[in-house]
Design a protein around this ligand. Structure first.
Ligand code: HEC
Ligand code: HEC
Length: 314
């Protein structure tokens, strides 16, 4: 009987061990998804919101309209093509809802400002073919966007100037956080501190403004003490542990030709891409070049690299 129990336990654990082991390695802090348990927060008062220096006002419902998201400061970006401002209801949500009219985006999405158009078109093609995963929204968009809209959106985001969007701070302790609606990491209303551990905690500089899709403020990435120096060593090649990033991403890591810039991009976005390239969730013809770069990296290495890369001028 006892032997049977053992065999059952063994076969059970063997069948689950490999996927579990992989899932355990996945840095959840870099892949924010809505927490099942949400803290009590004050309900919205229904009143229009404002933004400093903007004459506009939007209610919460207007801010959450993914086919007509707010444009608080129309004079800080070129005129948006219709696909960026409004998308095509229902299958293609407005790019500006998640990536903002200035392209810089939020922690859970991506900073597109100034990326090469050819690079972005290839990403959409990879989302469509299944070679790139990691975002259900992007896969739906890629499957449904027209070629003309795709080109117009890529040209628009490529024309935008990259701007500083992420402030990197080394620290031992951070505010306890939770992931709220829209997969946004926010400070827990208890406002208690906890050790940062081996995580990057990336949160809005100003929650009110970021939740209003106000592009006037960016994010702060809290990173462990010592991570910047460790990241700098890895970015230089890490004594053969990886390949010097400057070889392909340019001397200042701002990109060369169709190779995207990585300097000053949101830290957790960088962790996600390194992790998904290693796990195979991001493949595609050009992602092959990144395979030897990530092959030997541990999650902690990815964290240190991202801390350093995010701290550079975009
Ligand atoms: C509902 C939110 C949402 C909308 C709307 C949205 N995106 Fe995205 N986008 C994301 C997320 C999330 C990612 C991937 C983040 C990751 O992989 O970590 C992403 C990634 C991308 C990337 C890859 C960036 C890179 O550096 O490789 C491109 C290109 C892109 N989006 C273009 C668009 C375009 C063009 C539109 C409008 C037609 C659009 N997105 C609309 C959420 C969105
Ligand atoms: C051999 C050339 C090469 C080297 C070396 C290299 N990369 Fe890349 N990297 C690429 C290419 C090409 C892409 C674009 C892949 C694609 O089109 O899908 C890329 C993409 C990326 C991305 C995703 C960017 C985005 O917008 O989604 C990140 C992050 C990245 N690299 C980080 C690094 C880091 C960090 C290093 C150094 C440790 C590094 N790379 C070294 C060629 C390289």
């Amino acid at each position: 009987m006892r032997a049977l129990v053992w065999i059952l336990m063994l076969s059970f654990s063997m069948s689950i061990v490999s996927p579990m082991a992989q899932a355990a390695d996945k840095p959840d802090w870099a892949f924010p998804t809505l927490d099942k348990v949400q803290p009590q927060v004050a309900p919205d008062d229904g009143k229009p919101k404002s933004a400093p220096g903007s004459s506009k006002a939007y209610t919460r419902a207007e801010i959450e309209d993914l086919y007509n998201p707010p444009d608080w400061y129309p004079d800080i970006h070129p005129a948006m093509p219709k696909i960026v401002a409004n998308g095509v209801n229902p299958a293609v949500r407005a790019c500006a809802a998640c990536h903002l009219p200035i392209g810089t985006g939020h922690d859970e999405s991506a900073n597109l400002a100034g990326l090469p158009a050819a690079y972005m078109l290839r990403q959409i093609a990879d989302y469509k073919s299944g070679a790139r995963r990691g975002s259900g929204s992007m896969i739906t968009i890629a499957q449904n966007i027209s070629d003309e809209d795709n080109q117009a959106a890529a040209d628009y985001f490529a024309s935008l100037k990259p701007r500083p969007w992420i402030r990197v701070v080394e620290t031992a302790n951070v505010f306890k956080t939770y992931v709220g609606p829209g997969n946004k990491r926010l400070i827990h209303p208890d406002r208690v501190m906890e050790p940062i551990g081996n995580r990057i905690i990336e949160i809005p500089e100003n929650e009110y403004r970021v939740l209003n899709r106000d592009p006037g403020v960016g994010f702060v990435a809290y990173v462990p003490l010592g991570s910047l120096a460790k990241g700098a060593a890895l970015v230089a090649g890490g004594d053969g542990k990886t390949v010097a990033c400057t070889t392909c991403h340019g001397a200042d890591l701002k990109g060369v030709g169709e190779v995207p810039g990585i300097a000053g991009r949101t830290a957790n976005y960088i962790v996600r891409q390194l992790f998904m390239t290693q796990s195979g969730e991001r493949s595609g013809a050009n992602a092959e070049q990144m395979k030897p770069v990530v092959a030997q990296l541990k999650v902690d290495d990815m964290m240190n690299i991202a801390a350093y890369v995010a701290s550079l001028a975009p």
